[in-house]
Design a protein around this ligand. Structure first.
Ligand SMILES: Nc1ncnc2c1ncn2[C@@H]1O[C@H](COP(=O)(O)OP(=O)(O)OP(=O)(O)O)[C@@H](O)[C@H]1O
Ligand SMILES: [Mg+2]
Length: 513
């Protein structure tokens, strides 16, 4: 197969870290090439170099047999390289088509400023590649999955031959992931190449032709997907065997910790999002919430953590009403929260790691006494959590924004799981984390349960919900369709209930086949 691009002995250092240590990487025409490795292994850095965002300290990039320097994304695009970043870069108030042509509209041929023509061209492109979008919709009104299609169209519009996707499926529902697969296969059919970064080894096995593994900034090896399996890849990534499944002890239920009675709320557009939701979680129990994203899970979590007002109903925490209290008062009652959107809600990227690790209780002892910060305690807390959660950072006073995506997430998880809590409300706890870290976080969540913490777990990963939950509530259209005990919860039934089918019908469906 024809090799179209080669990176040879790439070196990139940042203060205190060698992010890429003589990495070689090759892309062939018409292939899907997976790039995997632990959080902080250097994947994003390597691709940012290829896209001209970072200048390497050493090494060569060879395109079509010639040494090339790519010193800006403009050059990368000229060379046929396009990147969809780990965090999207779209402009919310603009339309789909406006975002796609952004930056090109000053070209000589006026076609680009004629919005009617631009809309038409975007539509044609979207049909050609099966990336369905409405060119006139505003970014802020479309789902994350559709925003991603816009990012992909944007680079196709610039005629990319090599498409780099940095953790594209981390934000997608299982259905959206399947649709993305189709798009990637058709891109390959048309002769394009795709570099696909992911932490999900089943995805690697499903769609890639080859896999390159990075560990600690070094390339460990490139293998043909047909000649490997998830277990082998996992041990190449982590350097040890990974269990991939945690053991759950029998549960010891305590008192009711959280009780919701007929809680309703509206979403940001003032449409009903939660409709009379009632549920109870007891000490020592994990209640999983399964459902297709956008069926009220986000609003449920926001109401519980004081980020959104309920319009009616009652929320009781150990017998006290907490409905419509603010986040700080709810936190004071030993409620921890891992939010789904960590960059927006979980971190202050401009602060250092130590300060991010105390957000929440930062204003009180042991971190602050009478308005004065106790730095020794702040740093000690940081040192402890960095070691315990294996946060890969040069130091505790490094700014959070320079950490790898997964290590930023570990900051939030460490902070929230590390405290003394009675209720944990957690959304997508392992999104973007590598398999070794997922195993570790799952163990920690189960330890909290065994210590008597009540846990509400929202996750788009059905396997995560199924392996951790004691009971599973399925949400559809703002309602809880039914609650399954873990022994009666099978993937098929949960899947049916996620489309609104009642528990009775879903369980009966099983008998009739
Ligand atoms: N702009 C930067 N400034 C300083 N350090 C950086 C910068 N970008 C990356 N690093 C460091 O380089 C290393 C590799 O980070 P990178 O983002 O490439 O990892 P990754 O493999 O993409 O991880 P993840 O799976 O968590 O996204 C990390 O130690 C990170 O802290
Ligand atoms: Mg990354």
């Amino acid at each position: 197969m024809e090799q179209i691009l080669e990176m040879v002995n790439i070196v990139k250092t940042f203060p205190g870290v060698v992010a890429n240590n003589k990495v070689s990487f090759e892309v062939r025409k018409r292939e899907i090439h997976a790039l995997v490795g632990e959080n902080g292994a250097g994947k994003t850095t390597l691709m940012n170099i290829l896209y001209g965002l970072y200048k390497p300290d050493g090494g060569d990039i060879i395109i079509a047999g010639e040494k090339t320097s790519i010193d800006s994304p403009i050059v990368a695009i000229e060379k046929g390289i396009g990147l969809v970043a780990q965090h999207f870069m779209l402009i919310e108030p603009l339309t789909v088509a406006e975002n796609i042509i952004l930056g090109l509209e000053t070209r000589k041929n006026k076609i680009f400023t004629d919005m009617r023509k631009a809309n038409q061209k975007v539509k044609e492109l979207s049909e050609l590649y099966g990336l369905e979008v409405d060119p006139t919709a505003r970014i802020m009104d479309i789902s994350v999955g559709v925003q991603q299609r816009v990012e992909i169209l944007k680079i196709l519009y610039r005629e990319a031959q090599i498409l780099i996707l940095d953790e594209p499926t981390a934000v997608l529902t299982p259905q959206e992931t399947k649709e993305l697969y189709k798009v990637l296969f058709s891109l390959k059919e048309m002769g394009k190449s795709v570099v696909f970064i992911t932490h999900k080894l089943n995805e690697v096995m499903d769609i890639s032709d080859r896999v390159t593994v990075l560990r600690g900034g070094k390339a460990i090896g490139t293998v043909n997907t047909s000649e490997t399996d998830a277990t082998q890849l996992a041990s190449m990534m982590v350097g040890r065997e990974v269990l991939m499944r945690v053991k759950k002890e029998g549960k010891k239920l305590g008192e009711a910790v959280l009780e919701l009675r007929k809680v309703s709320a509206v979403d940001s557009r003032k449409l009903p999002a939660l409709k009379n939701v009632s549920l109870e979680i007891r000490a020592g129990e994990i209640l999983g919430i399964a459902g297709v994203q956008g069926n009220g899970q986000t609003e449920l979590v926001e109401v519980l953590t004081g980020l959104r007002k309920a319009t009616s109903g009652e929320v009781m925490l150990k017998g006290d009403s907490i409905i419509n209290k603010n986040s700080r008062s709810i936190r004071e009652l030993r409620v921890a929260h891992i939010p789904e959107d960590r960059n927006k809600r979980g971190l202050i990227l401009d602060y250092d790691v130590a300060d991010n690790l105390i957000l929440g209780p930062h204003y009180k002892p042991p971190f602050t006494y009478r308005g004065k910060r106790n730095l020794q305690n702040v740093w000690q807390n940081a040192r402890n959590l960095i070691a315990e959660f294996d946060i890969r950072t040069p130091s505790y006073d490094t700014k959070a924004e320079t950490l790898s995506g997964g290590n930023q997430q570990k900051i939030v998880v460490a902070r929230e799981l590390g405290g003394d809590i009675s209720l944990l409300v957690v959304s997508q706890p392992t999104r973007g984390l590598d398999i070794g870290t997922i195993e570790f976080i799952h163990k920690r969540i189960l330890e909290l349960r065994d210590k008597g913490v009540a846990i509400l777990l929202v996750s788009a990963e059905l396997t995560e919900i199924m392996s951790l939950s004691d009971r599973i509530a399925v949400m559809y259209d703002g309602n809880i369709v039914g609650i399954l005990q873990d022994e009666e919860a099978k993937e098929e039934q949960i899947g049916m209930m996620m489309t609104g089918i009642s528990k009775v019908d879903a369980l009966r469906g099983e008998e009739s086949d």
